[in-house]
Each structure stands twice: as C-alpha cells, then as structure tokens.
Design a protein around this ligand. Structure first.
Ligand code: MV4
Length: 444
C-alpha cells in the first residue's frame, strides 16, 4: 500500500478521497488554490500545499505546479478525482514517468477511450450494442450516404468530443451539407482532431451507465447500473441505482459485454460505461469514462463496496476480491448546487446557517460548513445528498424528508433544493418514465 497520497482535486471529492486514505492507513497531502485556503480538504489532510492562484488554469489544471507539490511532499501516489486533470493522458503519463503512481487507468487507456471512434469500434467487436451509423470517421459524401440508409434525424459527433461536447442534431440533407463542415472545423479547433462520425438520433432516451472495477491482474467486476436521466445541459442533477427500466436479464447481458470490453482493452481502475436506452428498452453504447464519477455513492449505497478505496487498492497492485456483488435496495443522489433556480446561474456567497440532514439511510458528501464562502471560480456543486430505501418508494419518501431537513442560508445564496422536491413529486419520476429531456420539458 502507498505511504502518502497527494489528492489533486478540491471540494467534496477531495474529502471523499481523504476519508478513504485514512481508513486505509495512508497519509494524505491536499493541494489548494488561494481561493481554497479555508477549505475543509486543507484542514482534514495530513499536509497541505498551496499551488497557486484561484483560476483553475493556474492551480488545479497546472501540471508543473502539481508536480512540484508531489515532489516537495514526497507523495508516492496521486489521486485525481473527477474533472480537472482526471482523464488527461499527459498528466497520467507525467506522474508515472516521475516514479509516482497515478491512481487511475494507464495513460494509453485514457488516450484510447478519449477517441470515441476507436472505442466504439472495439465495443462493437466484443458484442456491445451500438447505434447504427457511419462505422468510423466520415466525410460529407459518406455521411449523406449513411444518413440515406439509416434515415434522419442523425447526430454528428466529434471523435474527440464526449460528455455532450461536439454533438449536433441534423434533420435533413440540406442541413447536413451546411452543418458538416462546421462540425469538422469546430472539432479541429476545440480538440485538434477534425474526425467526425454519424449516428442515428435516438429519441427520448434514458441515460444508463454501468460501474466497473478492474484490477491489474485481469479481474473485472461490474457493480450494476445507475440511471442519470434527470439532467440539464449535460449536468446531471439526480442519479439512482438500480434503474427501474433494467430487468435482471438485460442487466446480466450488458454487464457481461461490459466486462468483456474491459478485459479486451486491459482496463485498470474504476470506470463507467455509458449507454442510451431507447423507448423500446434497447441499449446503445455511448462512451467510457476513465475516472470516479460524481454519482459513485449510489452504487456504494446499494452494493456496500467502497469504490474510492478500491481505486487506491487496485493502483497499489491489490487483487479485486469483491466476490459476488450483492445488491440491496435503492439509492438516489441529489446534487445540491449553489445556483439560481430560475436561470441555473451559479450563486456563490457566504453560508451563514447550515443544518445537514441525517437519520437512517441518509449520506451527505460535502465540503461546506457554516461560515464557509463558496468561491466563484469552480463548479456550483456544494453537496451530494444520497438516500437509501428498501424500495424505490421508500427512497423517494426519505429523499423528500431529508431535503426538508437540509437548511442552508446566506446573503444572496440560492440553491436547487426546491427543484429536487418538485422532481420527486412528479408522476413521471415516481413511475420511472422520465428521460433525458424531462427537466427542460418539465421546468418551463
Ligand atoms: C446521442 C443522443 C441521441 N442519439 N446519440 C450527449 C452526450 C454524449 N455522452 C452522448 N449524448 C447524446 N448522444 C444519439 N445517437 C443524445 C445525447 C444526449 C444526451 C445523452 C445523455 C444524457 C444527456 C443528453 C442530453 C442531450 C443529448
């Protein structure tokens, strides 16, 4: 096991990692920007190093500054969390080349899964269901031909895109002729990779993703799915496990294909394989994320498996021994954001009163405390409320109860707590009939 882990992140995920390290008997090093001087991760880590000014580009995204902190602290591993440099192959490579373990997939694996065209091709080869489309990179003429076969609407996707970046819907050939060159140019400009591919547009899908753990010895464990259809502009707001829309037969089928995919690419660490599910229950592979996800606690709540501890154990060379994954009950996560409920704009400010919910089946992962000032430089996530119930109905009732207990106020501070209550009371959510367009359709 490692002696000292440097946590290359901030906020709630930095705390999450410090907790896992403490329970494993590993020392922790926090890094922080000037805006995060009073952050909890700085206080709870064994050591802390200020790495630069508040702007992410000059602190949490600045590889040389982070490597200096690795060197002065003598850390033997780096935990990247999510966001910032978590899936940056260059960062993973620089950390490794300096003789320090990067807690995550190999740099080559991060490079591969960043290439959506290559990844989709491999996924298809091992039997993961794909959206019909161009089967690889396409030019305009081939795109028109593909669209003629599969029918409009189609989507244009940048091979180097992902997470909602670099995607365009196209309804007819005229529009395709107009949009195709723009998509290529934009991909070239944003990612330095102008390759674009075509897919049939799936109407009103659900977003369903499978959690994976894979060790360096070829063992793969799939921990089931999460449904993340309550989102807005590619920002997830509510996630849950298991999904009401996945039956045991389908789950087994997808889990086996996902495990085969991970073995095929020699995946190591925690990862997530994303799918869309159409209105007939068909699954279509989207992409793989090579990091811990914000919503990992819902899987932890139903499996009892500590995903972050396993990331660290896997990186230190341990073998997976999760046995048969036993699941119990239902978990729902609510992302509490400091944002204006009317326009979803960030709403930074000082927290004056704070009472966190508690009681049976309630977990809160947060870095905030009374007197804390939410800095304006980073994302607006201030807490994750996760509830567990023996049934989905119990989880929903507990969610409503816990949201009522979540008391937070401060000068000018606004949150989306009321938004979550509204979603829980809708017929669509209660029946599990919501899809990725639900928030935009419901919230008008
Ligand atoms: C799609 C799609 C419909 N059809 N692909 C957006 C993010 C990226 N991970 C995949 N995305 C989509 N791909 C086909 N063929 C609709 C989306 C999509 C979406 C997917 C998941 C969650 C939210 C979304 C919001 C808008 C569009």
């Amino acid at each position: 096991m490692f002696k000292k882990v440097l946590i290359a992140n901030r906020g709630e995920i930095a705390l999450r990692a410090i907790r896992a390290c403490k329970e494993l008997g590993v020392r922790t090093v926090a890094i922080y920007s000037e805006a995060d001087r009073d952050s909890l991760h700085v206080r709870l880590a064994d050591e802390a190093v200020c790495i630069g000014p508040s702007e992410p580009a000059r602190s949490y995204l600045d590889i040389p500054r982070i490597m200096s902190a690795v060197e002065v602290s003598g850390a033997d591993a780096v935990y990247p969390g999510y966001g910032f440099l978590a899936e940056n192959p260059k960062f993973a490579e620089i950390v490794s080349k300096s003789g320090v373990k990067f807690i995550g997939p190999q740099p080559e694996t991060l490079e591969l899964i960043g290439d959506k065209i290559k990844t989709k091709e491999i996924a298809g080869r091992v039997g993961i269901p794909l959206v019909p489309g161009s089967n690889g990179s396409t030019d305009l003429e081939k795109a028109i031909e593909t669209a003629g076969k599969i029918g409009y609407p189609i989507v244009l996707k940048a091979s180097a895109g992902g997470g909602g970046r670099g995607i365009r819907i196209v309804f007819n050939e005229k529009e395709l002729r107009e949009k195709f060159p723009v998509a290529v140019q934009e991909a070239e400009l944003s990612f330095g990779d102008g390759r674009v591919y075509v897919e049939k547009f799936i109407i009103n899908p659900k977003h369903i993703e499978f959690q994976v753990l894979a060790d360096a010895h070829g063992n793969v464990s799939v921990l089931g799915e999460r449904e993340c259809s309550i989102q807005r502009r590619h920002q997830k707001l509510i996630e849950e496990a298991p999904s009401l829309s996945v039956d045991d037969k389908k789950r087994k089928e997808i889990e086996e294909a996902v495990a085969e995919f991970c073995r095929e690419i020699g995946y190591e660490g925690a990862g997530t394989v994303e799918f869309l599910m159409d209105e007939d229950g068909n699954f279509y592979f989207m992409e793989m994320n090579g990091r811990v996800q914000v919503e990992h606690p819902v899987t932890e709540m139903v499996t009892g498996i500590d995903i972050v501890k396993w990331q660290i154990r896997i990186a230190s060379g341990e073998r997976l021994r999760t046995g048969k994954v036993r699941k119990n009950g239902f978990a729902i996560e609510f992302r509490i954001n400091a944002e204006d409920p009317d326009n979803f704009f960030p709403s930074p400010g000082k927290i004056e009163e704070l009472v966190l919910p508690g009681g049976m089946g309630v977990r809160v992962d947060t870095h905030i405390y009374p007197g804390y000032t939410i800095p304006p430089y980073y994302d607006s996530l201030i807490a994750k409320l996760i509830v567990w119930g023996g049934t989905r109905d119990e989880a929903i009732q507990r969610g409503l109860r816990a949201l009522d207990e979540f008391l937070i106020s401060g000068e000018g501070l606004k949150t989306n707590i009321e938004f979550h209550r509204r979603v829980l009371r809708t017929k669509e959510f209660k029946e599990g009939k919501h899809h990725i367009g639900f928030v935009e359709e419901m919230m008008v």
